[in-house]
Design a protein around this ligand. Structure first.
Ligand SMILES: [Zn+2]
Length: 136
């Protein structure tokens, strides 16, 4: 079952929120500005290989998920998203958002435990074939 664009946008926006993306974002090559995660998703293309998400550690050993997308100009853009692991209000809203994304997955027929495991995988920067499939 193909994922409709609205669901894809919500799913992607949720993932970006979870991994702490920042918008607006500007392509350093052609200058195109992406105001929101949805716009970023709509106007860029996924990479030919991999999910376009990669986990790494920054210089302070905090986890980062890097999101790679190809801009309209063909240049690959990378969005580094730091996980500050805070317990503030924002930390709480992240957990709520996690639930929202999980609901999108279960609405697509993904079992709750499976969806949860796949989301945690992405947050750790691992490949999720299932989520990559939904974002096609
Ligand atoms: Zn560009």
């Amino acid at each position: 079952m193909p994922t409709d664009d609205k669901t894809k946008g919500e799913l992607y926006a949720g993932l970006v929120f979870l991994v702490r993306g920042s918008f607006p974002k500007r392509c350093s090559n052609c200058g195109t500005v992406f105001e929101t995660a949805q716009e970023f998703l709509a106007k860029t293309a996924s990479l030919q290989t991999g999910s376009g998400l990669r986990g790494t550690l920054d210089d302070e050993e905090r986890s980062i998920v890097e999101i790679y997308r190809n801009c309209v100009c063909g240049s690959t853009m990378m969005e580094p998203c730091r996980d500050r692991r805070d317990t503030s209000e924002e930390g709480l809203s992240r957990r709520e958002r996690f639930g929202d994304i999980l609901k999108i997955l279960t609405d697509k027929g993904v079992a709750f435990d499976v969806g949860r495991g796949e989301l945690l995988k992405v947050m750790r920067g691992e490949e999720s074939a299932l989520i990559k499939d939904l974002l096609k």
